[in-house]
Design a protein around this ligand. Structure first.
Ligand code: GLU
Length: 321
């Protein structure tokens, strides 16, 4: 006779005896971006590694598509997400209460690590004649969905260049997953995306229509970089996308992984441990991760304080004092 005896509770039953139950499960959610971007792969990759250890840690991780950086930060603040990916400029503004977060600082925002570089990327139909950012004047431009870091940074560039949305004949707010098709269908002349390379979205845009990466440079951009530590010059290498054999000059940010001070130390520690104990596996999950090093991920792009759970792991590894 079996040692396990079903006990009936009305229509449901439970088994008694047998092995000790695994630790109670704790669900964690990671805010990403659109499914054609790199944030989605960051979140899915972290969850994949975390979920290998669910039996020991009790952590069960999901990484749904979201509107992007600013949406993720707001959802972490409201408790709707445990962690999320956000551009380094929006991490800075959210923590310091500047720019779009003016008067609304999120002082419990905590950095976990930074990930890949994200060049500010504009792609234009070749038949539009657009070669540099200033040429967007008078054109139909997809400026990105509200809540995305792309959109926020696009507005900053407009301001820096002394331009505004009124300079465009049309400004649309399509999400990343929709905008490449809109470019191909000639509904817009140009699209924008602050994103790691290579990525599926820009690949789609440049393979469905003859399209060019647009130069974003000049004195105004040089001053923007000089005045803000989270911006740096960036180059999108030639040969990565069809019809774009030359390097494209622009500027960019880092993708960063963030959370709230309210998330327990042990939870963040286990997530960080899952990534760095399996770092080669993590790096193999997307070409944009290929050159990551733990030392840079701990040091660069993080303007909010490190979460204590992350700091604990980095101290154990000798990566921080
Ligand atoms: N940087 C973009 C944003 O915050 C998202 C890029 C991606 O999904 O890879 O909107």
């Amino acid at each position: 006779m079996s040692k396990l005896k079903p006990i009936l509770f009305g229509t449901a039953f439970a088994l008694v005896a047998g092995p000790a139950l695994a630790q109670e499960e704790q669900f964690i959610t990671i805010g990403t971006g659109g499914q054609t971007g790199v944030y989605y792969v960051v979140g899915q990759s972290i969850c994949r590694l975390v979920n290998r250890d669910t039996a020991e840690t009790g952590l069960r991780c999901t990484a749904p598509a979201t509107g992007g950086s600013i949406d993720n930060i707001n959802q972490i603040k409201s408790g709707g997400m445990t962690m999320g990916v956000a551009q380094s400029d929006w991490q800075f503004h959210a923590y310091n209460g500047s720019s779009d977060f003016e008067g609304d600082a999120f002082d419990k925002l905590r950095a976990v690590f930074s990930v890949h570089a994200e060049p500010f990327t504009v792609v234009a139909r070749a038949d539009s004649g657009i070669e540099k950012f200033e040429d967007l004047a008078g054109k139909r431009v997809n400026v990105g969905n509200p809540g995305s870091g792309t959109r926020g940074t696009f507005e900053i560039v407009l301001d820096t260049m002394g331009m505004s949305m009124d300079d465009f004949s049309l400004s649309s707010e399509l999400r990343p997953a929709e905008q490449s098709a809109a470019l191909g269908d000639n509904q817009v002349d140009a699209i924008s995306y602050t994103v790691g390379h290579p990525n599926g979205s820009i690949q789609e845009a440049t393979s469905t229509v003859d399209a060019r990466l647009v130069t974003v440079a000049g004195d105004a951009i040089d001053s923007l970089i000089a005045e803000n530590p989270y911006y740096a010059k960036a180059t999108i290498p030639g040969g990565m996308y069809a019809g774009n054999d030359e390097d494209t000059e622009t500027f960019g940010v880092k993708a960063t992984f963030v959370t709230s001070e309210d998330i327990p130390e042990e939870t963040v520690y286990q997530v960080v441990k899952a990534v760095f104990d399996n770092f080669d596996r993590f790096k193999g999950l997307h070409p944009a991760f290929a050159n990551l090093t733990p030392e840079e991920m701990v040091a660069d792009g993080n303007s909010a304080p490190l979460h204590p759970g992350a700091e604990r792991y980095y101290r154990e590894q000798g990566w921080v004092e």
